[in-house]
Write a protein that binds this ligand. Sequence first.
Ligand SMILES: Nc1ncnc2c1ncn2[C@@H]1O[C@H](COP(=O)(O)OP(=O)(O)O)[C@@H](O)[C@H]1O
Ligand SMILES: O=P(O)(O)O[C@H]1O[C@H](CO)[C@@H](O[C@H]2O[C@H](CO)[C@@H](O)[C@H](O)[C@H]2O)[C@H](O)[C@H]1O
Length: 465
Amino acid sequence: MSEAVTRTVTGPPGLLASLDPLLREWLPRQRWFAGKGRPVTGFSLVAATELLPPDARVGLYHVLVRAHQPLVPAPGSPEQPGDCYQLLIGVREALPPRLAPALIGHVTQGPLAGRTAYDALYDTRPAEVLLEALRTRARIGGLRFERSRDQEIRTGLVPRLMTAEQSNSSVVYGDTFILKLLRRIVPGINPDLELPLALAREGCPRVPAPTAWMTADLAGRSWVLGVLQPYVQGATDGWELALRELAKGQDFAAEARALGRATAEVHTALARALPTVTLGHGQVRQLVGGMTERLAEAVRAVPALRPYARGLRSAFTALDDLAAEGGTWTAQRVHGDLHLGQCLRSPSGHWSLIDFEGEPAKPLAERRLPQPVVRDVAGMLRSFDYAAHSAGSPVPGWATSCRAAYCTGYAEAGGYDPRTDPVLLRAYETDKAVYEVVYEARHRPEWLPVPLSAVRRLATADEAA
Ligand SMILES: Nc1ncnc2c1ncn2[C@@H]1O[C@H](COP(=O)(O)OP(=O)(O)O)[C@@H](O)[C@H]1O
Ligand SMILES: O=P(O)(O)O[C@H]1O[C@H](CO)[C@@H](O[C@H]2O[C@H](CO)[C@@H](O)[C@H](O)[C@H]2O)[C@H](O)[C@H]1O
């Protein structure tokens, strides 16, 4: 690991160099590692902050590292500094059995030789340190812990790491708060904090209002590292609920309609809080250009898409043609990666939306662009289709009835029925299905048939809903 440290707060020199061989093995195995398929060939250190001294029972380091990877997974491919990751590294003499899943490795060189390094988010004491820093609005090295003026954090909340499959890592504190630590981090305004803060200012009850957040100031730029928000106790996410109803052969239309209403309420509040723009032919052409380019990349990455490429492209050209005839659309800030798993239903039946990060692989600037609300609607329509395909035994008409009910709910609360824009909807649903094909090929190849079946439909359909 090259020691190009931006900030180090105390700690034995050479500590991080000693972690290099362990991290090379450990990092690519993490669910949240974004550079799958290419080996990690080294690291450069972006920042390191000591949060608990190594001579204590538990040592704790906050570390930001850039993983170096070859451009393509082929011998001789040039190595380049790639994504930056946030790690919380604990150091102990030995790991108790309950921390076995957290093991990074045994340090064999440097000042901590003989100790064990592990993912500290699994451990109580390190997780408490983070909450305490947020509670007290601490500043430690380049790390800033901030808290909203109107929310208190009480002491004594017991932490537990969430074990669900996630793109990031979340710790729940006493069923009162949940802290999401972003794993792949980028400098700049992050919509996962920006949008919930804007919605809280609007008084929108559909999104848990950020209680506190954690940022790093590095080289004159701010990086969002984590967000603490109220934990919705006893909540079930929409995906789980949909699968449960499907397993019973039950219709989900009433919940789909409620979800449509919730989505429309969030969109209305976002349109009030942040700028909206009108998309004319120039902007639509750009948008269609992006969709077409993503399709071309997806076809290169997943050859199974090739037979459908022409049909899928027609969904995009139809939108361009409509704009050329004078069609215009309003664009605004949206969720950007809405699906059933991002919707939480409280035991009283209230739906909330979470995870405003947008599609994690896209550059931040792109994720923050205003877009037609249909972008989110298309995400949800795809999700009903996903759920229907994942059911043990098919329930005829299930997805169709959910899709219709969702649009009805959206129209009731938002004053706009997405089905009145079939060309736009088909283009966005196609763009989403293409994204999903690449996502599944990369992360869960056994799921690939699900978006591929939508691809077959969308490549021939005249309209989406
Ligand atoms: N405010 C909340 N209350 C209860 N559970 C939550 C809350 N926020 C997130 N979760 C749970 O944590 C999971 C991961 O959160 P999410 O923001 O989607 O993280 P990621 O970006 O890592 O996928 C969600 O699927 C949900 O189960
Ligand atoms: O939850 P994330 O923000 O990390 O989103 C990513 O992972 C999702 C899967 O966990 C993926 O969603 C796809 O699968 C869902 C079922 O597991 C389905 O409900 C969604 O409709 C489908 O897109 C999402 O695309 C990806 O960005």
